[in-house]
Design a protein around this ligand. Structure first.
Ligand code: FAE
Length: 559
């Protein structure tokens, strides 16, 4: 059903990696709101006292990561007043040290989501517990959701994962994309939506001659040489970090971020995170408002007579303060609800709605088809003469590409380990092809979703990573490091950065992310991708959201 609102005509074809005037207006709104301490951000927030929360919004987007940001922009451009609800905070206010985000080496409360101690991916060095720090509980930017045998790292705040990720902006190999999502027209994806996503995200590439000469990428060049000795090729990987800025960091012209070890707890400079791209553009439409520290807890149909949601939806929203206390619980109604809370968040909300009887007819596929994109971290110990350098940029730009290996396909990002001293370690995040899938069950006692994933399901991933890195070690006379991941393990297979699936496209939803049998209910994030995509996932999540939103706006909103 059309909302009867005229679309705002904007041609995004000409948006460049640099902020446009419209994006700058949105970014300014974000910044002003942050300075004034608002939890409600719109274009007018710089001038108003904080207005009361609206009990009704024509469209609501839950979360503010990649899928959510695309949804907010496309709804805003279509003229639909849209409310974005994000459980984390807006990351634009400097702390006492003058910085928005805390240092990686000396993390403080800004680092992690309500923890008393950090939980970094690499927990030890030389088996010593020297990495993690005691911190005060606070809505920090990185969360680690622990589910027994598998833990999942996610970003919290306006921009979701874009605030904490490594910025690697990789388009998957087309044959694998078609294998994973056979129902999606690859021609349209590779001709239109991937290029659109890359343009909007501000994807750029490292200058090759600078890469070959700078000390900041010595660690990548060393790993490339070692891979080549094993007959393996590497590829350059694009990124959303501004490489011109990075070169100026190296020249000492601007404050350092990627060259100061910043990444998993946020980048103070250089990174084109979503608050500077899609979300800034969304706010600049004047139709989009973001409310932070607002956690959606439950959803139900507005029209209690029917279960399908034809009359819209009611959301229960918990307003959090900086201590994590729920200060208010509001109900917001909406005609159209877009779930962009990420693979874990969206799946939990829909599973809870189905299992508590709020939306009992949600498809049985909700909660199924989850995977960790085959993530395994591992590290090698180099010879003393093979120094990786004390200076390391946190933004990876090279990957070992063995994806066409018939038995053990692997795409391994050459990851930095910026400790400010020479450590002779080569670190990798291997993305492997793992056919295993997990599923979520609803636990009524805790009112939460539980991931069912057992350690033995990692075996195909570990076997693939072992095969690749044993080969590299053999060719170079090197060995694995055992001291970095706890428990003398060579392969860290107990956590992932790439949660995917839970509400898979074409199974839990129709071919465009519409929840089956539930008008006005849409899934827009990484939960649509069935567990694996073979490369780092955010470009795919963004491009898929662009494809789906184009159709939804045309047919359901303007049609
Ligand atoms: P996501 O970005 O996770 O956003 C979900 C948002 O929803 C978050 O802001 C949540 O706080 C919010 N939320 C959740 N539940 C609720 C609720 N109930 N109410 C209100 N708000 C809620 O979703 N990917 C790459 O492609 N390249 C990389 O280099 C890369 N590096 C990574 C490094 C790290 C440390 C991490 C953690 C991830 C990395 N990723 C990388 C993965 C990437 O960030 C991830 O796939 C996307 O962020 C997922 O996008 P979604 O839109 O699904």
């Amino acid at each position: 059903m059309a909302l009867g609102i005229r679309p705002v005509l904007v041609d995004d074809q000409h948006m460049t990696p640099h902020l446009t005037r419209r994006q700058l207006m949105g970014a300014a709104a974000l910044q002003t709101a942050a300075v004034l301490g608002f939890t409600r951000v719109g274009l007018s927030s710089a001038h108003a006292v904080e207005p009361p929360a609206a009990p009704h919004a024509p469209a609501v987007v839950i979360g503010s990561g990649y899928g959510a940001a695309v949804a907010a922009l496309r709804l805003g451009l279509a003229g639909v007043p849209t409310l974005v609800l994000e459980m984390g905070r807006l990351w634009d206010t400097a702390g006492p040290d003058g910085k928005v985000f805390c240092p990686t080496i000396t993390p403080d409360r800004r680092s992690m989501w309500f923890r008393t101690r950090t939980e970094a991916p690499l927990s030890t060095f030389l088996w010593l517990d020297v990495v993690n720090r005691r911190i005060d509980p606070y809505p920090g930017v990185l969360d680690r959701v622990n589910y027994g045998d598998m833990s999942v790292y996610v970003g919290r705040g306006v921009g979701g994962g874009s605030l904490v990720n490594g910025g690697m902006a990789v388009t998957p190999p087309r044959p694998y994309f078609s294998e994973v999502l056979p129902g999606v027209d690859a021609e349209a994806m590779y001709g239109t939506y991937f290029p659109r996503a890359r343009r909007m995200l501000g994807v750029n590439e490292v200058d090759r001659s600078w890469f070959e000469s700078t000390p900041w990428y010595r660690f990548s060049r060393v790993s490339r040489t070692h891979a080549a000795r094993a007959g393996l090729g590497t590829v350059f990987v694009p990124n959303v970090y501004d490489f011109d800025y990075m070169r100026r960091e190296a020249a000492g012209e601007v404050p350092r971020s990627a060259l100061a070890g910043e990444v998993i707890y946020g980048n103070n400079h250089g990174k084109r995170s979503l608050d500077r791209t899609y979300l800034a553009a969304a706010l600049a439409t004047g139709r989009v408002t973001v409310e932070t520290m607002s956690r959606v807890r439950a959803l139900r149909p507005a029209n209690t007579g029917g279960t399908g949601g034809a009359g819209g939806y009611v959301l229960t929203v918990e307003r959090l303060d900086l201590s994590g206390r729920v200060t208010a619980v509001d109900e917001i109604t909406t005609g159209r609800l877009f779930l962009g809370a990420g693979s874990l968040g969206t799946t939990e909300l829909l599973l809870r709605a189905r299992e508590t009887g709020a939306l009992p007819d949600l498809d049985p596929e909700v909660g199924r088809g989850w995977g960790h994109n085959g993530n395994v971290m591992t590290a090698r110990a180099n010879h003393l003469w093979d120094t990786v350098g004390a200076q390391q940029s946190t933004m990876p730009v090279l990957g070992i590409d063995d994806w066409n290996n018939p038995t053990h396909p692997v795409f391994a990002e050459i990851a930095p380990l910026p400790m400010g001293l020479e450590h002779w370690i080569s670190l990798y995040l291997a993305i492997t092809k793992n056919p295993e899938r997990g599923h979520f069950t609803y636990d009524a006692a805790t009112d939460s979703a539980r991931l069912r994933w057992t350690r033995d399901q990692n075996e195909p991933s570990v076997a693939a990573a072992r095969s690749l890195f044993d080969r590299i070690n053999r060719a170079n006379g090197t060995i694995h490091r055992y001291d970095l991941f706890g428990g003398n393990r060579k392969f860290a297979d107990d956590f992932t950065y790439h949660p995917l699936g839970g509400c898979v496209l074409g199974r839990a939803t129709d071919g465009y992310g519409r929840a089956k049998g539930h008008p006005g209910l849409y899934v827009v994030d990484g939960s649509l991708v069935p567990g694996s995509i073979g490369v780092n996932p955010f470009v795919t999540i963004t491009a898929l959201a662009e494809r789906n939103m184009e159709r939804i706006v045309q047919e359901d909103i303007l049609g």
